[in-house]
Design a protein around this ligand. Structure first.
Ligand code: XMP
Length: 522
């Protein structure tokens, strides 16, 4: 596998994903890992990520120089190049102005790392201020840009390589080729990371861990818990029981889908807890969004553990925790199997005297891989490609207090938006062959504001609710733009909502990007 040393929050994630896309398993390890600890993990290659710091800053992330002496191929990007140069006696200089964006790379001689890329110029993506002004002894400088003298440096004898630019971003024209050269020609790795191998391995591992014991899992209606359920079920069959806490805040038809997929198709023992009334009582009169979130989260575990305690002899709790949950929460030290600190598990509010051992079979998978796994396991598209949906559900799409009447309106209006935009996305998919093509919507839903407005229907004046349609294009929810939907699609949505949903007389479309707005309204 490839160990990606992460020198700045999140920089390593994209690299690790690119490496996996090329069929090689990769893991993110903290940059302060010692050479000894890293060697014990047995990586076949190491990548040093970029990072926002300057190697000269007082609190700059450091690395154990011994890592460069392990006789394992190393490739550094950006900060990774600078720290490699610094550790090996090269020079790092501070530029007055940085170099950000596309740059023209010029090759200076033969280069194993750049093999198969253009000899003249190629576009690479730069994002730096500091730069290596002098490569360490033993290194050849094999490419430069106008303002960066050591854009690529290589020491084939020691198998140490580095680039000032970022091969992992798509704007670097031949980034994939460069990564391939490193992984397959230099480090001689075999591309064997595939979901079918993963399933076999995990199934064997879960079987061994669980033995004859019983496992419980909470289905949320979301992708991660669904895939975890399908995988654990494949491993231990009916030793798994799923609990679905139906709080009444999912979208129209979703609780029925959970029943249909897990109980009927997969035949998994499923406890469907109807907790709608309990939630309605707790949420009555609550209009603060954070309080809604708290109530919904706390109650979920209460209901779940009540059910769990009714079942006999359950020892394990399976969860759909995924790799970004772990990396982003920073709660568990990533990497090194020995150094796995499962502190985020303390977040599960086990009641007094209750304890289950945890099984988290997806804890090293990225979201795309979880989806791929879900497809391999035979889960339907509506589950695997379900769009992001907030844990507190429709409660945070009703501005102000949640009532059964408002929930009913929101569910019905939302169902119309979903039908129309599912169809719109499907048309784009047919045209482009891409599920997430430039103009397909990434997330779409309705919001119910806490106001009424005047309208006219027939000869009568009405005083009813408006709904707000929100549809965004995004990659990862960090930024988003409002979807430029055809007027015809918007018109159909508006007409159908007013015609079909009782209590609504007006439809508005939210045309604000994120930032400055957020995707959700609460
Ligand atoms: P915002 O509104 O912050 O949303 O732009 C970014 C993404 O996160 C989802 N979201 C939530 N997910 N619990 C969740 O599990 C929440 O409380 C929550 N709030 C927002 C949102 O749907 C979007 O995909």
């Amino acid at each position: 596998f490839v160990a990606v040393l992460d020198f700045g929050a999140q920089y390593g994630q994209l690299i690790a994903r690119r490496v996996r896309d090329l069929g090689v398993y990769s893991e993110i390890v903290p940059c302060d890992i010692t050479a000894e600890e890293l060697a014990a993990m047995g990586p076949a290659a190491i990548i040093l990520s970029g990072g926002p710091a300057s190697v000269y800053a007082e609190d700059a992330p450091d690395m154990d120089a011994g890592i460069l002496d392990l006789d394992i191929p190393v490739l550094g990007f950006c900060y990774g190049e600078q720290i490699m140069a610094q550790k090996l006696g090269g020079e790092v200089a501070h530029a007055e102005t940085g170099e950000y964006g596309p740059a023209q790379l010029m090759r200076l001689g033969s280069s194993p790392l750049l093999d198969g890329t253009p000899n003249e110029v190629q576009t690479v993506w730069m994002s730096h201020r500091d730069y290596v002004s002098e490569a360490p002894e033993g290194f050849m400088v094999t490419a430069r840009t106008e303002s960066c003298p050591v854009a690529v440096m290589e020491n084939p004898r020691r198998r140490l390589y580095a680039t000032q630019f970022h091969p992992e971003v798509r704007h670097t024209e031949h980034g994939e080729r460069i990564l391939r050269n490193f992984l397959f020609d230099i480090a001689r790795l075999t591309p064997d990371w595939a979901m079918d191998n993963f399933i076999d391995e995990k199934v064997a591992q879960i079987r061994e861990q669980v033995g004859d014991n019983k496992v419980i899992l909470a289905l949320s209606g979301g992708v991660d818990s669904a895939v975890a359920a399908a995988l654990v079920h494949k491993a231990v069959g009916d030793q798994l029981t799923c609990v679905f806490v139906d709080h009444g805040l999912l979208r129209k038809g979703e609780p029925e889908t959970v029943d249909a997929v897990f109980r009927d198709t997969f035949g998994i023992p499923l406890v469907h807890v109807n907790a709608q009334e309990r939630y309605a009582e707790l949420l009555a009169g609550v209009d603060d969004p954070e309080q809604k979130r708290r109530i919904i989260g706390t109650e979920f575990w209460k209901v779940f553990f009540e059910e769990a305690q009714k079942l006999d002899g359950v020892t394990y709790l399976a969860q759909g925790t995924i790799y970004p949950d772990i990396i982003e929460s920073g709660a568990r030290k990533t990497g090194g199997k020995a150094s796995t600190i499962k502190s985020h598990h303390n977040l599960i509010p086990f009641p007094e005297g209750v304890h289950f051992d945890l099984i988290e079979p997806l804890d090293h998978l990225f979201k795309d891989e979880v989806r791929e796994l879900g497809c391999e396991l035979g889960l339907p598209d509506e589950v695997v490609f379900r769009q992001p949906f907030p844990g507190p559900g429709l409660a945070i799409r009703i501005i102000g207090d949640v009532t059964p009447e408002k929930l009913e309106i929101l569910k019905n209006a939302d169902a119309v938006v979903r039908e129309e935009l599912d169809a719109y996305n499907a048309r784009l998919f047919e045209e482009t062959g891409e599920r997430n093509s430039a103009h397909s919507c990434w997330q779409y839903f309705c919001v119910l504001p806490d106001i009424k407005s005047v309208g006219v229907m027939g000869d009568e004046r009405t005083y009813e609710r408006p709904v707000i349609v929100r549809a965004v294009e995004s990659q990862d929810a960090m930024t988003a733009d409002w979807a430029k939907l055809p007027y015809e699609v918007l018109g159909n949505i508006s007409r159908r909502i007013v015609d079909e949903v009782d209590g609504v007389n007006r439809v508005a479309y939210d045309i604000t990007p994120k930032p400055p707005a957020t995707i959700e309204w609460e």
